[in-house]
Design a protein around this ligand. Sequence first.
Ligand SMILES: [Zn+2]
Length: 394
Amino acid sequence: MRDFKSYSEEIRCNKDIPRLEDFSYKGKLISKERKNIGTEKIIDLASELVNKKIRELGIKTRKFDKKRITFLIPVDPSRYESEIDYILMREDAQAAFGEIQHEIIHYLASEWHINDHNYIENKKKQKMKVKGGFHNIAFSLDEAITEKINRDIISENIEAIKSLIEEIKIYFDGIYEERLLKFQSDFELKKISASKKIDKYRKEYESTLKKFLIEENQIKVEDQKLFENLNVEENLKNVFIKEKEESFERRKNMARELYQSLKDMEMRDICPEKKKILLDMLKKDYSFNDIFERSVYDYQISILDLLLDGVAYSLSSNQEEFKKNKEKVWEKLQKDYFNTNNWGLRIFDRVFGKGTLRELQKLSILDPKHNIDFIKTIEETVKKIKEKNLSSKK
Ligand SMILES: [Zn+2]
């Protein structure tokens, strides 16, 4: 039996690998993993509820194979790997209903579960990636849609979920304290290895910055010489200086980005705040607050909501119509998501202008500040569409 590590290396090298049927991790077969009974019940209800949603959208139900979700391999954050068709969950997320259901939505939206075996084989022969939702075309938007569906399902079925929680609480008794101890020691270990990596990265950043500054000074000296010796027209000289300034600005931005990734890395791996976040997450999961206070992808969802507003206003002449149309547009988008119909996303290009989808693809997930200009444009466009459609047709 293949070991998980060799598989993940093959995936990274983009080799044409077959769908993973089973694999071993630390000598354990994934198919033989014994999950907590409470976790099994969460998986059952979550997959049932996602399928109910799929049915409501007029799509045929899809089978969820419980073997294809594992809590054995330590990953952070949890994710669905469409290449191997496996959900790899954060080790401590066994009681996290919201997180488990989020990943099941990714899974059931993947082409593995929409098309037949031959279709997938053909695709792999052509070295094409197996699609899951809109993941390959717009990562941030895909996550926003996944999480919005997740929250819809939770609020529509809150009573069923609450009664499940009452039933399964007993299976997680004492686990929180046990996890807490393990988490503390894991975190300390991770911190040590991350500090080494960050030191190396910081040196790299400093030397890059130094190089830029030296180059910049050389260029300045050369420019001065050039202008002293040449009798150039004033406006030509200005264009030349402007170009130089722009290229310096670009390089400064490169250095800034490098610095930003360094900061992100510190935040992600060693920062005490991060430890607090992880601890809170652990506590939330085992007290089941993960379901009621989900904040993951809030920012992406707010962008998605703006986009839906824009499309809905473009189809409406009054507030009532707008409400109905927003629901309709959202329903259509979910259908396209579960059918991996990328064409459905074209609606955003049609309403917000060509190139919008490309911008959406580039949306930064790490730092919302990077997207301020884009969001402003979207907000203004929504406002314009609303004013145009809602006032003129009275
Ligand atoms: Zn996700």
